[in-house]
Write a protein that binds this ligand. Structure first.
Ligand code: NAD
Length: 471
């Protein structure tokens, strides 16, 4: 059992002022695997003071120096890639497939930011005016548990590219993963105070970061409920906020699609990251006339989904991160049954032989109506809702009938038709014919899925203030 009892402040692992602890429990077998000491407001003050002092010089650093730091980080994190994958599987319960991809993505984020930085113009002309893009200040980074290190690497890399310094508060459930990552960052030889980490609870450490007058911006990934709380508190000091929040993403299968291929892909896609993915395509929109065929194909596909121990390479769906998350998913399955949706696969309870962990059966509801709660609310587990539509116009209207707008997916044999539909969907990312990712394209949500963008030049601009100099 590991004990994480230090924060990382001003370039060193330091004993925290906070003394409360939080037990780290394996999602796979409920054994205690560690304990983390939680920081408090005093720890946040110290971390912010260090970041503020470092900002005075780092904000003036050259682009070449920032690129070198990003390279050092990439090297340092790459060296421990295997360990990072293993600890993520152990602590979070993510599948080997997902944890491997997520860690590679975290490492690649530094290279992507270097590419962005090399082409980025920090000085521009607007009218007759010189516009300088200047680093916004100390950034508070608050992250969730579902791809913890990947979020930290992406956000810290962007902050460094902009010339900002940071105070990071990861989920308390990600302490083992964070510890290993911080060791990598320490190896990378960053200037003291540039990067600080305080483990702790959202309502203590998170709130202290959000309220701190010396923090200029919050970059948050997490639930919409928490995002709204942060945005409200941030207003008091007029902080900039970037919010990457929840989703209920539609996956529209148009009537000209190859259903034999599209439906199995849709089923496996809905279970990406064991269903604990903000961009998971959880609403499968299919033509009403083809519902019977879709049900048959979906049922056959779900039988191929392997729910089980996340260390096994073949596992598609691991346990939920916590017992609380398991209970939440169970309650939504119950709600679906009560709402009168047809249960096509899975259902309540744990799969046979997996009673010791937070395992949920790969579940599909069909004949779901878009006004049911299982179609409107983010479940964050392996539960797919199949929703029939009348025609293309109806499909677009159902897809947009949501408070969310993070991602959407369209499958069609006619790319021009798919593009026509894509341009009518209210979502920050629309993928045509497959689950795609472009690390240089802006990522973020419409509506209540977020505020602002991450990745590439759009993401970098969020960490910069335009200053107009009129000569
Ligand atoms: P969460 O909102 O409960 O917690 C996220 C982080 O916020 C944690 O570090 C938590 O401790 C902290 N926090 C909680 N209360 C706080 C407060 N009052 N002030 C400041 N910080 C506070 O989210 P979660 O359960 O950890 O993660 C799952 C959610 O994250 C889902 O809704 C998912 O859709 C969302 N998410 C979004 C994206 C995206 O890019 N849009 C990516 C991944 C996850």
């Amino acid at each position: 059992m590991k004990s994480i009892n230090k924060g990382y402040i001003n370039g060193a692992f330091v004993t925290l002022h906070g003394t409360e602890t939080f037990n780290l429990i394996s999602p796979t077998n409920h054994e205690q695997i560690g304990v983390v000491t939680l920081g408090d407001e005093i720890d946040v003050q110290q971390a912010v003071a260090a970041a503020k002092e470092a900002f005075a010089s780092f904000s003036k650093s050259s682009i070449a120096a920032r690129i070198q730091l990003l390279k050092n980080l990439q090297d340092a994190v790459s060296k421990r890639e295997k360990e990072l994958v293993e600890v993520m599987i152990q602590e979070y319960g993510g599948t080997r497939q997902f944890c491997t991809m997520s860690t590679q993505f975290a490492i690649a984020s530094f290279g992507n930011m270097i590419e962005t930085l090399e082409a980025f113009e920090f000085q521009r002309k607007a009218g007759n005016t010189l516009v300088q893009l200047t680093p916004v200040g100390v950034v508070g980074i608050i992250t969730p548990w579902n791809a913890s290190n990947s979020f930290i690497c992406g956000k810290v890399g962007t902050a460094i590219a902009a010339g900002c310094t940071v105070v990071v508060k990861p989920s308390e459930m990600s302490a083992l993963q964070t510890q290993l990552l911080v060791e990598c960052f320490h190896e990378a030889g960053l200037p003291k105070g540039l990067f600080n980490v305080v483990n702790g609870l959202g309502n203590i450490v998170g709130t202290a970061i959000t309220n701190h007058p010396d923090i200029a911006k919050i970059s948050f990934t997490g639930s919409t409920v928490t995002g709204k709380l942060i945005a409200k508190s941030a207003v008091d000091t007029v902080k900039r906020v970037t919010l990457e929040l929840g989703g209920k993403s539609p996956n529209i299968i148009l009537d000209d699609a190859d259903f034999e291929k599209a439906i199995p892909m849709a089923v496996f896609g809905a279970y990406m990251n064991s269903g604990q993915a903000c961009v998971a395509p959880t609403r499968l929109l299919v033509p009403k006339a083809k519902l019977a065929q879709v049900n048959q194909l979906a049922k056959a596909a779900v039988e191929q989904v392997v729910v089980g121990n996340p260390t096994n390479a073949a596992t598609n769906v691991g346990p939920m991160v916590s017992n609380k998350q398991f209970e939440r998913v169970q309650s939504y399955i119950q709600i679906g049954l009560q709402e009168g949706a047809t249960l096509l696969a899975g259902g309540l309870g744990k799969p046979a032989g997996l009673e010791d962990g937070n395992f949920v059966k790969a579940t599909i509801f069909t004949n779901v109506s878009n006004d049911m709660r299982i179609a409107r609310e983010e479940i964050f587990g392996p539960v797919l809702s199949i929703i029939p539509y009348e025609n293309e116009e109806d499909a677009i209207s159902i897809a947009n009938d949501t408070t969310y707008g993070l991602a959407a997916y369209i499958t069609s044999s006619d790319e021009r038709r798919a593009l026509r539909v894509a341009s009518q969907i209210d979502a920050g990312r629309v993928c045509v014919n497959g689950f795609k990712h472009d690390p240089l394209a802006p990522f973020g949500g419409f509506k209540q899925s977020g505020l602002g963008r991450e990745f590439g030049a759009y993401g970098l601009e969020e960490y910069l203030e335009p200053k107009s100099i009129l000569l």
